[in-house]
Structure formats: structure tokens, C-alpha cells
Design a protein around this ligand. Structure first.
Ligand code: COA
Length: 259
């Protein structure tokens, strides 16, 4: 499919989705959301793709939020219908392969919510993050009120959401909103390095590990531990487990096949 608002590029086992509206600081309109959803569907079924990265085109912005122009005159029913049966943020959250947010600049509102739905957030030292919806008389609507406190705690989440203040990448790392901060010029190389490292592992084990860890945010501890045991047991059904164990014992590098 030819995309209008994103650029999708595969490099080996890693696919990069770049949101491509730099003149609007990559603000996400309905088309952007539709195209990312479509691209993720393709990447999910493409067996050669093991890790996905989401980023923004240009030097200034990852995503400066939902497209505010679309809010003018919008009714509650319009908004409810726009959510549909699921939202982009949930599609990203449920994507079964690892998905990294490469935060190259402003990461605000829906942009911060998009990054939070990803698995790991790597930020440029120039990035600025925040949930500024309060400044235009609304609240986060892409999961910000739920995912932000889970990452940074209630107090910090409320501080960000109630003030609408932006924080720099280092502060975001200190409070747990991003996982790595790297020099702006090294952002892509460092993110690809991490993506490729994950892509070399057994893809089945990676999926199982992701599913187990993600479940920890939704399940009580006893159920989460049981779920982990189920997935751990499933890992014993794969050829990759036999290969990994044999390679260790034979003191060589494993050649994982994804089976
Ligand atoms: N929705 C729609 N358009 C947006 C946008 C958004 N969320 N964020 C930026 N833009 C547009 C601006 O309207 C401007 O378009 P124009 O050139 O046609 O006027 C263009 O992107 C550049 O933005 P500008 O504001 O001129 O850049 P800046 O460097 O002065 O300021 C920001 C950068 C990020 C501080 C500022 O753009 C901003 O506050 N954006 C809104 C952030 C926000 O509230 N997001 C949550 C939305 S719910």
C-alpha cells in the first residue's frame, strides 16, 4: 500500500515507521492513525520483521500531539465514532512483536501516549515530553491518564497532566517516562543497535517474554505468576529452545529459526 502520511522502511529484520507531517510537527490526524494501524497489520504478518520502530520525520518532532485542527467543531458522537472499536494506542500496545519509540523531538499529548503504548522509549537529548491537553481545555484521550501513572506514579502523572508542562528528556528518564536518553545525532544508530540486538534472539521467545511482561500491568500477582509459568512451559515446545540450550552446551552461538 502507498502511504501518504507515513514512511515505512524495512532494514533487515527491523521495520521503521516514520510519521511524515514535519510541517505540522508530525501531529497525528485520522489518516496518520489509519496508516500506522495498517502498517502494523502488515508488519505483524510479515515473518521477516522481528522488531518495529516508530519515529517522526525531521529533527524537531516525534509527534506534537493529535491534530488539534480536527478538534474544532467536533462533537462527542464524532469523537466516540473516531475511537471505533479500538484506538491506535491499543493497536500499538497489543502489537505482538517488540515496538520501540525513537523520540526525536517534541513528544506531546497523543505523541507521548503513542510512545507510552510502545515497549521501550529511547529519546534524543533534545526531546521534550508532556501531556499539554489541559492547556486547550481537554484531557488525555489516548491512554495518558492510565499509562502515565503506571510508568511514573500518581503524583508525577498528575503534575504533568494538570499543569500541561513539558519536561526534557533527562527529567523524563529520571521519572521513568523514557528508558534511554542518547545524543541527538546518535539516536537512530543507538535505537537500531537495540532493535537488532532483540531481533537476533529467538522471535518466539521474544514474543512470549513480551506477553508475560505486558501482562504484569493487568493481572494480580498470583495470576501473573501462573501466566508466566504457562508461557515458560510453551517456550519448551520450540526448536529454538533446543537450539539455544544445545548451543550453550556446545559453546557456540545459537542459530534461532523462529520455530
Ligand atoms: N496539531 C495541529 N497542528 C500542530 C500541532 C498539533 N498538535 N502541533 C504543532 N502544529 C502545527 C502548528 O499549528 C504549526 O502549523 P502552521 O505552520 O501551519 O501554523 C506547525 O505545526 C509548527 O508549529 P509551531 O507552533 O509554529 O512550532 P513552535 O516551534 O513554535 O512550537 C510546540 C512547538 C510543540 C510548542 C507547539 O507547536 C505546540 O504547542 N503544539 C501543540 C502541542 C499540543 O498541545 N499537543 C496536544 C494536542 S491534544
Amino acid at each position: 500500500m502507498a502511504y501518504e502520511t507515513i514512511i515505512l522502511k524495512r532494514t533487515g529484520a527491523v521495520a521503521i515507521i516514520r510519521i511524515n507531517r514535519p510541517d505540522k510537527l508530525n501531529a497525528m490526524n485520522a489518516k496518520v492513525k489509519e496508516e500506522i494501524t495498517h502498517a502494523l497489520g502488515d508488519l505483524e504478518s510479515d515473518g521477516d520483521v522481528r522488531v518495529a520502530i516508530i519515529t517522526g520525520v525531521g529533527d524537531k518532532a516525534f509527534v506534537a500531539g493529535a491534530d488539534i485542527a480536527e478538534f474544532a467543531g467536533k462533537t462527542p458522537v464524532d469523537q466516540w465514532q473516531a475511537y471505533g472499536h479500538t484506538s491506535l494506542y491499543n493497536v500499538v500496545e497489543r502489537f505482538p512483536k517488540p515496538i520501540l519509540a525513537m523520540i526525536n523531538g517534541y513528544c506531546l499529548g497523543g505523541g507521548c501516549e503513542l510512545a507510552m503504548a510502545c515497549d521501550i522509549r529511547i529519546a534524543s537529548d533534545r526531546a521534550q515530553l508532556g501531556q499539554p491537553e489541559i492547556n486547550i481545555g481537554i484531557i488525555p484521550g489516548g491512554g495518558g491518564s492510565q499509562r502515565l501513572p503506571r510508568l511514573v506514579g500518581l503524583g508525577k502523572a498528575l503534575q504533568l497532566i494538570l499543569t500541561g508542562d513539558r519536561i526534557d528528556a533527562r527529567t523524563a528518564k529520571e521519572i521513568g517516562l523514557v528508558d534511554e536518553v542518547v545524543p541527538h545525532e546518535a539516536l537512530e544508530a543507538k535505537t537500531l543497535e537495540l532493535a537488532n540486538k532483540i531481533a537476533e534472539k529467538s522471535p518466539v521467545a521474544v514474543r512470549l517474554a513480551k506477553a508475560a511482561v505486558k501482562a504484569s500491568t493487568n493481572l494480580p500477582l498470583d495470576q501473573g505468576l501462573r501466566y508466566e509459568q504457562s508461557l515458560f512451559s510453551i517456550a519448551f515446545s520450540t526448536e529454538d529452545k533446543e537450539e539455544g540450550v544445545r548451543a550453550f552446551l556446545e559453546k557456540r552461538k545459537p542459530a534461532f529459526k523462529g520455530r
